[in-house]
Write a protein that binds this ligand. Structure first.
Ligand code: ATP
Ligand code: MG
Length: 230
């Protein structure tokens, strides 16, 4: 896929998403619009059920809106078929989840290398990038350890390194510190802040974490499926 040229990394226009039907219908998003310029770290807050995960999944191409338009790096996601979405996610978007999502039988280094394997990157280039990323997240000395041999904070740092493997233009993180204690969460958020700068990536992070709300360039709040002024 060609290089991203636009300066607006994420553009969401009037997105609606409902789940269920009839009396059981839930309006998860009711006309959400937002723009995130390249290089910005945006924190998304809001009560449980306000629509944060729904919005992140739609921006990340994991789910489709019922109505409205979503562009990532100038590409209209509605114009992409399954293969196109797969390639977009693999090559341009890094995901970080609350539950880390590491592969248990693989070492930290192997986990970080997975996205590059999916892209059939050259083995030498892959090893070099894995080493660099593990250093970036402060885990150079833990490359050979499996997830169960790492602390929660270390696992999340591996997951962040993995999300950066293919040099994405967009990082999507859904409550990345939700399973961590306050101090570890603080360190992970500071790491996220630092990598957004050093890797020149754009990030959209759903969080309740006060540290990130402070460190973010901008904080958006979702309330009942709508963006409200913070
Ligand atoms: N697959 C689904 N089927 C039915 N309803 C859903 C589904 N996913 C989300 N919802 C509903 O949509 C609304 C928004 O959910 P969402 O997961 O986006 O909230 P959230 O802000 O991420 O909450 P939390 O802070 O608890 O993670 C909720 O009312 C939820 O129950
Ligand atoms: Mg959620």
């Amino acid at each position: 896929m060609s290089q991203v040229v636009t300066e607006t990394m994420v553009r969401v226009e009037n997105v609606h998403k409902s789940y269920g039907r009839g009396a059981a219908v839930v309006h998860a998003l009711r006309g959400v619009s937002l723009e995130v310029p390249r290089g910005e770290l945006v924190a998304l807050k809001g009560r449980s059920g306000s629509g944060k995960t729904t919005l992140l999944n739609i921006v990340g191409g994991l789910d489709a809106p019922d109505q409205g338009r979503v562009e990532v790096g100038g590409r209209d996601l509605a114009g992409l078929d399954e293969d196109g979405l797969l390639a977009l996610r693999r090559d341009h978007i890094g995901f970080v989840f609350q539950s880390f999502g590491l592969i248990p039988i693989l070492t930290a280094a192997e986990n970080v290398g997975v996205p590059m394997r999916l892209r059939r990157a050259d083995a030498r280039a892959r090893e070099e990038r894995v080493e660099l990323l593990l250093s970036l997240v402060g885990l150079a000395d833990h490359a050979g350890q499996r997830p169960t041999e790492l602390s929660g904070g270390q696992q999340q740092r591996v997951a962040i390194a993995r999300a950066l493997a293919n040099s994405p233009s967009l990082l999507v993180a859904d409550e990345p510190t939700g399973q961590l204690d306050a101090e570890t969460g603080h360190a992970v958020m500071e790491l996220l802040r630092a990598v957004v700068r050093s890797e020149n990536v754009t990030a959209l992070v759903a969080t309740h974490d006060a540290t990130l709300l402070d460190l973010a360039d901008r904080v958006l709040e979702l309330s009942d499926g709508e963006i409200v002024e913070v």
